[in-house]
Ligand binder design. Structure first.
Ligand code: KG4
Ligand code: ZN
Length: 362
């Protein structure tokens, strides 16, 4: 089966072409190509993603990206002829509704032109299955997804979500913890803004924190670890962001808002996030006797977090699945894989955008 993946839930316009087959009853896939056009620079002027700008950019970029993906394979007239694409997988949510619709409408048009079905995919499920891809398989080679001992706990950390998900099987998910306010990526982005760093702020905070570690700079401020001692598996990051705001204000009043201060604060913020995520992850693994851990979402690119979760998985003696860095952010490859793994019965051309929809619970 050949699958076209489409992802437009936030500020990345992404398309991917994936081939799948079943060999001795096992799912195998081959990445033909995966393209991502990031709008981050455009949104950076607004300090965050501006939904209508994202929509306009997706509308502008989808067709040229499709040509870039398909012309080398099927030629200039790919639109008019019968390609071997069997299925379109498109993100239906969660995400920004105007942005999601752009991808969905594009998928529907291609579907009626080529007479092939469209399957709606949950973006967060995409992040889960994306972490099961081998990182070192060359593009174009067949690969099996990594074997996932179940039940598993997934920690999904992105710009819009922070969730702990219990995975009973692929397609059968249960959200067991989530943020009550800001997502962790959102907290990174907001704190970056307070420190005068550009959007998306995560990588910039991480860089400052690394510098602080290298230079042995200590933070002058102590930040809270919100909900660390709460009995449940939920998170809250808005208080942490407010604590940074107060620390910054106070330091500015004292004319002490130096580069060294910023580095120390970035370090303390990153450590506070890591402490909270790690403890809740440990609690979830213990509570559900999880046999493996999956980390997904853009924030999983963070070096300290990757090291921390590796240590945790080692201590529990269970495998950890991290996305390779080039697919830790939003991409359409993960959407194509999630679509391919779905039961054929969920194929649908009746799509609607679920701007706020969370991972479906079976
Ligand atoms: O999954 P993603 O690409 O998009 C959403 O679905 O939201 O996640 C984007 C988020 C942004 O908030 C960005 O600041 C954050 O991931 N991020 C990081 C790092 N790289 C990206 N956060 C912390 N450390 C990083 N190295
Ligand atoms: Zn994402």
């Amino acid at each position: 089966m050949t699958i076209l993946g489409i992802e437009t839930s936030c500020d990345e316009t992404a398309l991917a072409l994936l081939e799948t087959r079943e060999k001795s009853g096992v799912f195998e896939c081959r990445v033909i190509n995966s393209l991502v056009h990031s709008q981050a620079e455009l949104h950076s002027a607004y300090g965050g993603v501006y939904p209508n700008l994202a929509k306009r950019e997706h509308q502008k970029n989808l067709k040229p990206l499709l040509e870039k993906l398909l012309i080398p394979i099927y030629g200039n007239d790919f639109m008019e002829k019968k390609t071997d694409i069997d299925l379109i997988a498109v993100t239906e949510g969660p995400g920004l509704e105007p942005a999601l619709w752009t991808g969905i409408v594009f998928a529907q048009k291609l579907s009626s032109k080529w007479h092939i079905p469209v399957i709606p995919v949950n973006h967060m499920e995409g992040h889960i299955v994306g972490s099961l891809l081998e990182s070192d398989t060359p593009q174009g080679s067949w690969q099996r997804l990594k074997y996932l001992p179940l039940p598993a706990i997934a920690l999904l950390i992105s710009g819009g979500h922070t969730e702990l998900v219990k995975i009973n099987s692929i397609g059968d998910y249960e959200i067991v913890g989530q943020t009550l306010d800001d997502a962790v990526g959102e907290a990174f982005d907001k704190v970056a803004r307070l420190l005068g760093l550009p959007y998306p702020g995560g990588p910039h905070i991480s860089l400052l924190a690394d510098q602080a570690r290298d230079l042995n700079i200590q933070s002058q401020a102590k930040l809270p670890r919100p909900m660390l001692n709460s009995k449940n598996l939920d998170f809250s990051f808005s208080g942490l962001k407010t604590a940074v705001l107060y620390a910054v204000k106070k330091t500015q009043e004292n004319n002490n808002f130096t580069e060294e201060y910023k580095k120390g604060l970035a370090l303390e913020f990153e450590q506070a996030v890591s402490d909270v995520l790690d403890l809740k992850l440990r609690n979830a693994v213990q509570k559900y006797n999880s046999l493996s851990i999956i980390i997904g979402g853009g924030v999983s690119a963070n070096r300290l977090l990757r090291q921390t979760f590796e240590k945790t998985a080692n201590e529990f003696g269970i495998p950890l699945f991290l996305p390779s860095r080039h697919i830790s952010g939003d991409n359409a490859l993960m959407i194509a894989i999630a679509g391919a793994l779905h039961d054929k019965s969920s194929y649908s051309t009746e799509l609607c955008a679920h701007g706020t929809k969370r991972l479906s619970v079976k």
